[in-house]
Design a protein around this ligand. Structure first.
Ligand code: DX5
Ligand code: ZN
Length: 211
């Protein structure tokens, strides 16, 4: 399993120092919000670009924005290793996946709690990441929605049956209890924001998540 701390819960006044406190995590989860697709604003590509030289961690960019196709190049140029967009925001997901792959970036699609796995089924063969939202996107610190466990199980069963390659990533309300449930259901990567960044000793907190 891998851990992806969500920098949404980091201290933005000293982002690079905060990121250094979670350096054992394989990925860094980067939440971009536009105030339209979700009722909150976070930050954009310049922040990602500024952070890029300070860590070798995989940048897992999660776009919670409308018209992601319009800003895709900015997020590619900023140094994202993965870019995940929401199925609810695009008309032609295939075109976006192709653009990402042409640029050498791994492609992900995310589904909100009320969107079913069938909405993305057609794209599963070409995806590198499937991001299951286990809270309504927009804010850190919300409670995990247990319905997402079934989606994780379903995605794992499809992948095993078809031999697909996507990583199953779960995002929202992850702590040691819900994280364990997600891993048992078949998740490969746990995104955790408040659980990790609220802790004084973040490395110890991540070790607890791995156990
Ligand atoms: C929510 C974001 C999450 C958020 C998770 O819309 O996509 O990545 O940071 O925060 P926690 O782990 O606190 O639920
Ligand atoms: Zn996220």
């Amino acid at each position: 399993m891998k851990i992806a701390p969500s920098i949404l819960s980091a201290d933005f006044s000293c982002l690079k120092d905060d990121v250094a406190t979670v350096s054992s995590a394989e990925w860094l989860h980067i939440d971009v919000m536009d105030g339209h697709f979700v009722p909150n604003l976070s930050f954009g590509a310049p922040v990602i670009k500024a952070l890029r030289p300070h860590t070798k961690q995989t940048f897992d960019t999660h776009l919670m924005i409308e018209n992601p196709e319009r800003y895709l190049d900015d997020f590619i140029d900023a140094g994202s290793d993965h870019i995940t967009f929401h199925i609810e925001t695009v008309e032609n997901p295939k075109a976006l996946i192709e653009r990402l792959h042409d640029a050498g970036v791994k492609a992900g699609i995310s589904i909100k709690p009320r969107t079913g796995v069938e909405a993305i089924e057609a794209y599963l063969p070409t995806l590198d990441v499937v991001l299951v939202m286990s809270v309504e996107p927009g804010f850190g610190g919300q409670a995990f929605m247990p319905d997402s466990l079934e989606k994780i199980e379903r995605l794992k069963a499809i992948r095993d049956r078809e031999g697909f390659r996507y990583a199953i990533v779960v995002d929202g309300g992850i702590n040691e209890k819900t994280g364990k449930q997600c891993l048992e259901a078949g998740a490969d990567v746990l995104v955790a924001g408040s659980y990790i960044f609220k802790a004084k000793d973040r490395e110890a907190q991540m070790r607890t998540l791995r156990r």
